[in-house]
Write a protein that binds this ligand. Structure first.
Ligand code: A3D
Length: 331
């Protein structure tokens, strides 16, 4: 029975918990700064599981983030979401404050931590540095979602079934992300030159990059959540089932891509129990590679801006280990 903790059960956290109800052998532990709301959602989800016949999925609400420390996977989705006209970077300071607080409470955990809070590459970097877990145990969700948007745009332009498409997006989860046209396969086949021309003329790159902003605009308040929830679910299952699945995730690079280090960004990885087992470099053309480098560079000033949160954590010294545990979770 794998224990999944969800920190922040707003739109994405709620949709994720609901989607995970249909999976066997999981126990869900919900925490939100709005404790009563998390308790309400846990109760609602338990009743939903009974009605849908999904049986004994256990859903609990916790009174403290520390109660999730013994989970196998903790998904961190706590934070502000974009509003129309905002880019993800505008969330940086408010969400760095929240992620730092969550990291402090989780210090000492042995869970694999999946970060969703935006701007996700920098929040993944921050969580990685603050938790100081072995390599691969902190991983960000972004490219799984971006690829869903990429494939959806390709399918519409080419008028083909989206589920027969695969395609890769690398780099930062911002407007500089790099959807790789060379990576697209349709039922395993590369595209014809005519199909590639149609995609370029149809603006597939721009549509992919603007996929999130477009939904923010349409919703009028908040950002996408069904797509992000399904993308996180895919990653959670890859971890709990030890799938060794090749997926694109945000992870702190270790010198890959001609020496990139100390930055988290989207790259193919092998995902299984305990998180990222291996970073797999995507082979790119020189043009694609220079776009990738530009995308990575876009994250450097964000990294500089969160330095204060890292310094504050060092100044605080070792965090006192308060015994927590899913046993303390309250219904
Ligand atoms: P929302 O519905 O507002 O839920 C966020 C939840 O976090 C709320 O219920 C808050 O009460 C809770 N929260 C705030 N501070 C804390 C805290 N300290 N501890 C625990 N809970 C807290 O937002 P959402 O679910 O739509 O989005 C959540 C985050 O995901 C935002 O930062 C979004 O920008 C981000 N997001 C990322 C992607 C990616 O692809 C990476 C996509 C969409 C949204």
């Amino acid at each position: 029975m794998a224990k999944i903790g969800i920190v922040g059960v707003g739109n994405i956290g709620g949709a994720l918990a609901h989607s995970l109800l249909s999976e066997p052998n999981l126990q869900l532990y919900l925490y939100d700064v709005k404790i009563s709301m998390a308790k309400g959602k846990a109760k609602d989800l338990r009743q939903a599981a009974v009605i849908s016949g999904h049986g004994p999925t256990a859903v609990y609400a916790a009174n403290d983030v520390k109660d999730l420390k013994e989970c196998d996977v903790v998904v961190v989705i706590a934070g502000l979401a974009r509003q129309p006209g905002m880019d993800r970077r505008a969330l940086l300071h408010a969400n760095a404050e929240i992620v730092s607080g969550v990291a402090t409470a989780l210090k000492g955990t042995e869970a694999t931590v999946v970060v969703v809070t935006n701007p996700v590459d920098t929040m993944t970097y921050l969580m990685t540095r603050l938790l100081d877990l072995p390599f691969g145990r902190v991983v960000g969700m972004a490219s799984v979602l971006d690829e869903g948007r990429f494939c959806s745009a390709i399918a519409k332009i080419l008028n083909v079934d989206a589920s027969s498409l695969t395609a890769c997006v690398v780099g930062a989860h911002n407007d500089s992300m790099v959807p790789l046209i060379s990576s697209i396969r349709w039922g395993g086949l590369p595209l014809s030159p005519d199909q590639v021309d149609r995609l370029v003329i149809g603006g597939v790159i721009e549509q992919t990059r603007r996929g999130g902003a477009n939904i923010v605009q349409l919703l009028g308040s908040g950002s996408a959540y069904y797509g992000p929830a399904e993308a996180v679910k895919r990653m959670v299952l890859a971890i709990t089932r030890d799938e060794n699945r090749l997926v694109r995730c945000s992870v702190v690079l270790q010198g890959e891509y001609a020496g990139v280090t100390d930055l988290s960004c989207g790259t193919p990885v092998v995902l299984g129990c305990q998180g990222v087992k291996e970073i797999v470099e995507y082979p790119m053309s020189p043009e694609e590679f220079s776009l990738f480098q530009r995308s990575v560079d876009s994250l450097k000033d964000e990294r500089a801006l969160i330095q204060t949160y890292l310094d504050a954590s060092i100044a605080m010294g070792p965090v006192e280990m308060v015994s927590g545990g899913v046993g303390n979770a309250k219904v």
